[in-house]
Ligand binder design. Structure first.
Ligand code: WTA
Length: 692
């Protein structure tokens, strides 16, 4: 072959991955010596590689690599993405990268569309030779020290076995499987088993009620549900199987329920429908050939909340999603040059029921060959030192959590942290909501000993992985800012009319170009996908978030500008809570808005008008709270229920939420113009009512 003129720039993890997958066949010559750095930028090798023939490879420090990535992405975007695609093992390597369009006429999101690969092969098989006996999943249960470790080889065997079980129960490519599970290795096993045979998983968070579960089962047309007898969280038991039973009284179409034994609690098993995980897996082969999937074949559906009452089935596909999880995990949490990914123990505290658990507990870490912690407990059980005691005991090096957890623990004082040795931790991350200055400082100074960088990652269920975040070692951080876009991410701020804003300013956050990890559709409703995200500011993807951009180009996310609220990092639509309240016979109408909450970030303030003759009382408040718990789940319980004689409406009958938000925020003086209200007098009575 010929020697390329421009070197290919890669980092340590990618170099290791390429060596493992034999992409690099041979190191022909090491330039500048194996251990000395070439003018401070890294090491250069002349390699013979499958992708490039004989070619120079420069291994760079993250800062230089990031710069090199930005430069090459700008000069030839498609070539850049096809080079990045080499992070994955493909059975058919793609020839095309981005074929997406945000415009109405040729709307669609497509990446690597002629490539073929299997996600489970990338997360498991390709590591077996080099990392087979290395821990893949480190499981920590609800009780401290209750746990086990699965190596890549063990995980591979379990996944193949469960894939065979799914097949034996009639599940094949494209079929939908609901997972309603605790945070146990079996949840990851079931996800990867689906991926192995091309089935589409939809994980439903274990905190959702039977009604919410039934809605999701029905919406995606699932035929099989995987669950556990019970979950345990903070010493309490959650009746998962019983919830599935009641969900299936409402939703039809499910003919198999596979039940994993978690607590050994009593459950009823329906003959002909319900089978035990352990029984099903006995005498099943630990080999299962992977299904070759097109890059654009669905990988999973994950329901999330929007402005309307009906949750959206966010659909992610195989190639783009996996590449984005793999790349962003490496950039944000991967090793620096000279270290291996398995030198780290990565702990993302998110539940697999949310996108963060998909991307940064399961797919991103495993695709990179990392060691990932799965935690089935809560931060304050048995005491507020739990996360730190566990970090010390397991030797966690990278810790990634939500601001709400940080705020909750901060309140208990420093001693819970300081009594543990956290010197193994080298990097901290946050996700899910804006982090306030005080929490950032505490996280940095107390948990991070004033030494660990904080990676504040802004992203969404829809984006597949982080989009705006600092690359440690490369991006200088500012407390409270998610900093700068990752390579290939093109954020802009627009005003209410969609006009592009430049320089330091504040506005609606949009993305002007696609990236591989972008969602592809709302399951079963492609038109709603376009309407929801691409019609507000035509030609762009609208995030629903507001943001400020400072003079250094740094982004500061200010929060949702639509009717979505973020309670303890749990995203929900105000309309969902309203629909639940409306179910009560005495409720005439309900309007729900977010309110500031010290720990949860946002709390839920519900304004409720009752039918004629009904009286508001504490007993009714409790009934309404219980109703929301049973309709949605405990995390959606309103903090404040204010009985209101009427709601502020325009003359055309539209509720003016802006007014309600200001009242809930305790800032009635900022309500502004109310002259368009049908009955401006109502505002005074609501302000009065909020005081009591
Ligand atoms: C918010 C979670 C500020 C934001 C991955 C977004 C954030 C919504 C951050 C998505 C952050 C997420 N700083 N706000 N670092 N990360 N958000 O779909 O409002 O559960 O739109 O995805 O969380 O929530 P979701």
């Amino acid at each position: 072959g010929t020697i390329g003129t421009t070197p290919v720039y890669i980092g340590a993890a990618q170099f290791a991955a390429w060596k493992h997958t034999q992409l690099i066949l041979d190191v022909v010559e090491g330039r500048g010596g194996m251990f000395s750095l070439d003018n401070g930028t890294g090491r250069r090798f002349l390699v013979r590689s499958r992708a490039y023939g004989e070619r120079e490879i420069a291994m760079l420090h993250k800062a230089d690599r990031l710069r090199a990535m930005q430069a090459s992405i700008d000069s030839d975007t498609d070539a850049f993405w096809l080079a990045e695609a080499h992070r994955l093992d493909w059975s058919v390597f793609p020839t095309k990268a981005d074929e997406s369009s945000f415009g109405k006429a040729d709307f669609g999101i497509r990446w690597f569309a002629d490539g073929e690969l299997n996600v489970s092969v990338n997360c498991l098989d390709r590591h077996l030779e080099t990392r087979g006996d290395q821990p893949a999943i480190v499981f920590e249960g609800d009780e401290p020290g209750e746990g086990r470790t699965l190596t890549y080889r063990e995980l591979h065997g379990e996944v193949c076995r469960f894939a065979n079980v799914l097949k034996a129960n009639g599940i094949g490519k494209g079929d939908r499987v609901i997972l309603y599970m605790p945070m146990v290795p079996e949840a990851a096993i079931a996800m990867l088993a689906c991926a192995r045979i091309g089935a589409v998983h939809s994980v439903v968070f274990g905190g959702f009620s039977p009604d919410s579960l039934a809605d999701r089962i029905a919406d995606c047309g699932a035929t099989l549900v995987v669950t556990a007898d019970e979950g345990t969280r903070g010493g309490k038991r959650i009746p998962l199987k019983a919830n599935v039973d009641s969900a299936l009284e409402r939703a039809s179409g499910v003919d198999t329920v596979i039940v994993m034994q978690r607590t050994g609690g009593q459950v009823s098993m329906r003959e002909g429908r319900d089978i035990w995980w352990e029984d099903a897996c006995a005498d099943v082969s630990g080999q299962c050939p992977p299904e070759a999937m097109n890059a654009e074949d669905p990988l999973f559906i994950l329901y999330t909340s929007g402005s309307t009452g009906k949750p959206k089935g966010v659909l992610h596909t195989t190639g783009g999603y996996l590449l984005w999880s793999t790349l962003t995990y490496d950039l944000l949490f991967g090793p620096e040059e000279g270290r291996d990914v398995a030198d780290d123990l990565f702990w993302c505290t998110a539940d697999v029921g949310w996108i963060t658990g998909h991307t940064y507990v399961v797919y991103g870490p495993l695709s990179n060959g990392a060691r990932t912690v799965m935690f089935d407990g809560v931060p304050n059980y048995p005491d507020p030192g739990r996360l730190w005691e566990t970090s010390q005991r397991l030797g966690v090096t990278i810790f990634y959590t939500a601001p709400t957890a940080i705020r909750a623990l901060m309140r208990h004082g420093d001693r819970w942290v300081l009594q543990h040795d956290l010197s193994s931790i080298r990097l901290l991350g946050t996700v899910g909501e804006p982090i306030n200055h005080e929490a950032w400082e505490w996280y940095h100074d107390i948990v991070g000993r004033g030494e660990c960088p904080i990676v504040d990652t802004w992203w969404q269920t829809e984006t597949g992985g982080a989009l705006i975040a600092p690359v440690p070692g490369a991006t200088e951080t500012k407390p409270g800012s998610a900093t700068l876009p990752l390579p290939g991410v093109h954020p802009e701020l627009v005003d209410g009319e969609g006009h592009l804003l430049t320089g330091a300013t504040e506005g609606n956050l949009v993305l002007t170009r696609s990236w591989p990890g972008q969602m592809r559709t709302i399951f079963g409703d492609h038109d709603r996908f376009f309407q929801t995200y691409f019609s507000t500011f035509p030609g762009t993807y609208f995030t629903g978030d507001g943001a400020r951009r400072d003079e250094d180009g740094y982004y500061w996310i200010t929060g949702r500008v639509d009717d979505v609220i973020n309670v303890s990092g749990h995203r929900m639509g105000t309309a969902e809570v309203e629909n639940a309240l409306d179910e009560h016979v005495l409720v005439a109408e309900a309007a729900v808005v977010g309110m500031p909450h010290d720990i949860k970030g946002q709390g839920i303030h519900a304004f409720v008008t009752l039918k004629a003759g009904a009286e508001g009382s504490d007993a009714l408040r409790q009934e309404l709270r219980d109703l929301v718990r049973s309709e949605i789940g405990p995390f959606a319980t309103p903090d404040v229920i204010q009985f209101a004689p009427d709601l502020p409406k325009t003359r055309s009958g539209k509720i003016m939420r802006r007014v309600l938000r200001k009242i809930a925020e305790g800032q009635p003086d900022q309500i502004g113009d109310t002259s368009t209200l049908a009955d401006p007098a109502i505002v005074e009575s609501l302000i009065e009512g909020a005081r009591v």
